[in-house]
Ligand binder design. Structure first.
Ligand code: UTP
Length: 458
């Protein structure tokens, strides 16, 4: 085994690592080699060489705007939406829906110590993302008398902390055996000239293999099989950093089912031609999402004669996957394309911390969409459903998420008849109401004037 690894290091010219190994104690040496055996060296160096030669080939692709179920305007569209809700509610009642939250990312831009899901995000109570999602699942389970397993993808870097967080918080009153965790794969990060990076004395810099890793890892963990054999058929998928996400939204589940889709995506209208959001399009006749950094400018900036963005559908990273689709992909040994990203990495050597640029390779979950026999895209209102927390400050930060949450809950209060003073914080727990219509039924606020911060809990 040891010889095999040394051979690989030689083959890929990683002599600085071979030299470094010589300076380690026997114990350190063993531990270092153990880590190396878990990493796919061939894959990462092949990717590096391939990317050196890469040329973008979008000009040969036939890219068009995709068909999207837009917000209902006509009676027919409104009736279709109502039907979707009923079908989605039935799926929930029949215990056919599980929820996957991908939470294995490094959260570099947010720069928070600890898993992103544990970040205190709600505007008044400072509840974590994980608590908000768990409360939604508890409320949905009650509303539909349903069993809804919560599945969380972690990575080697944050698995222990994530599990402990749930344990310490008594799984936020969910049944412990209905909260499942699995780990995604890791890959070595490389310097810009293709060298492995030492992060400490016997640690290599690595990165999780992207949210696309979820489709393989959920299968390899055995969780997918277990879900299918317990009668589940759909997987609601979302990212850990969007506090407005409507977990297992029945309307979305219903559209997915009515359209006979294997994968569905919620989209919002892009704010501007340079918003950093993936774009839902049709490529050579198949639905697909192209990441903003990979999309040619001529498509990214295309506007029509009225000035409207032509490729308007922005990806929210909220999906439904049919479980059989994920199983079929795995049974056929699918491979998602790898994308390369440049990241800043802090390296501590001899007590000094240095920042350096590294390359990481990862797969994106939406690259599975073109493999589907049928895909579906549904437009939703950004202000109601999409406020991702990516950065420490400025755009897509905790500050913008607080604002968006408060604004949404304010609208709920106003729908219930209240007058709400500007600049106050409002937080409504999912355990009080899951959506505006539920809220209005429960909370009559006619003639009420709200002048102070208000929290409504269970
Ligand atoms: P992002 O690509 O925004 O990355 O992930 P991030 O880790 O949150 O932040 P940066 O880029 O390091 O600043 C979007 C979602 O996908 C998950 C993240 O946890 C987040 O929910 N993700 C990302 C994974 O689960 N695994 C990965 O390998 C990458």
């Amino acid at each position: 085994m040891k010889d095999h690894i040394l051979e690989k290091l030689k083959q890929y010219g990683q002599f600085h690592i071979i030299e470094h190994l010589k300076s380690l104690t026997e114990e350190e040496h063993k531990s270092f080699l153990n880590t190396l055996t878990t990493l796919d060296m061939d894959l990462v160096f092949n990717l590096f060489n391939q990317y050196k030669r890469e040329k973008k080939g979008q000009d040969v692709l036939n890219i068009l705007p995709a068909k999207v179920i837009t917000l209902p305007v006509t009676d027919k569209e409104k009736i279709y939406r109502e039907r979707a809700r009923q079908i989605g509610e039935r799926l929930l009642r029949e215990n056919r829906v599980a929820v996957l939250i991908v939470a294995g990312g490094q959260g570099t831009r947010l720069g928070f110590e600890g898993p992103k899901g544990t970040f205190p995000i709600s505007p008044i109570k400072g509840k974590s993302f994980f608590q908000l999602f768990s409360e939604q699942i508890k409320a949905l389970s009650k509303k539909y008398s349903a069993r809804i397993p919560l599945i969380i993808m972690t990575s080697e870097e944050n698995d222990n902390e994530t599990r402990s967080f749930f344990k310490e918080n008594h799984f936020f009153s969910l049944k412990e055996d209905e909260v499942l965790f699995f780990k995604q794969g890791m890959l070595p990060s490389l310097t810009l000239s293709g060298e492995l990076v030492l992060k400490g004395r016997y640690e290599l810099a690595t990165n999780p293999d992207g949210h696309g890793g979820s489709l393989k890892a959920i299968y390899e963990s055995g969780i997918l099989k277990r879900l299918i054999s317990n009668g589940f058929t759909e997987l609601f998928y979302c990212q850990v950093d969007n506090p407005l996400v409507k977990i297992a939204d029945p309307v979305f589940l219903g559209y997915h089912s009515l359209e006979g889709a294997e994968v569905s995506t919620k989209v919002v209208r892009r704010r501007s031609i340079d918003e950093k959001v993936g774009v839902y399009v049709s490529v050579n006749g198949k639905d697909a999402i192209i990441e903003y950094s990979d999309m040619d400018k001529k498509y990214m900036e295309a506007v029509d004669e009225k000035g409207d963005i032509v490729y308007w559908a922005g990806n929210t990273a909220i999906h439904v996957f049919s479980l059989y689709f994920i199983e079929r992909l795995n049974n056929h040994g699918f491979v998602l394309p790898y994308h390369r990203a440049k990241k800043k990495l802090e390296i501590k050597t001899d007590g000094n911390a240095n920042e350096t640029d590294v390359l990481k390779f990862e797969t994106f979950v939406f690259d599975a969409i073109p493999f589907a026999k049928k895909a579906c895209a549904v437009e939703v209102i950004r202000e109601e459903e999409f406020s991702p927390v990516k950065n420490r400050e400025g755009i897509d930060s905790p500050e913008t998420a607080h604002k968006d949450m408060c604004m949404m809950f304010k609208r709920w209060l106003e729908s219930a008849g209240a007058k709400v003073k500007p600049d106050i914080n409002v937080e409504i727990s999912p355990l009080f109401a899951l959506e505006c219509t539920d809220f209005v039924k429960k909370f009559n606020a006619t003639n009420m004037v709200i002048e102070q911060d208000i929290y409504l809990g269970e």
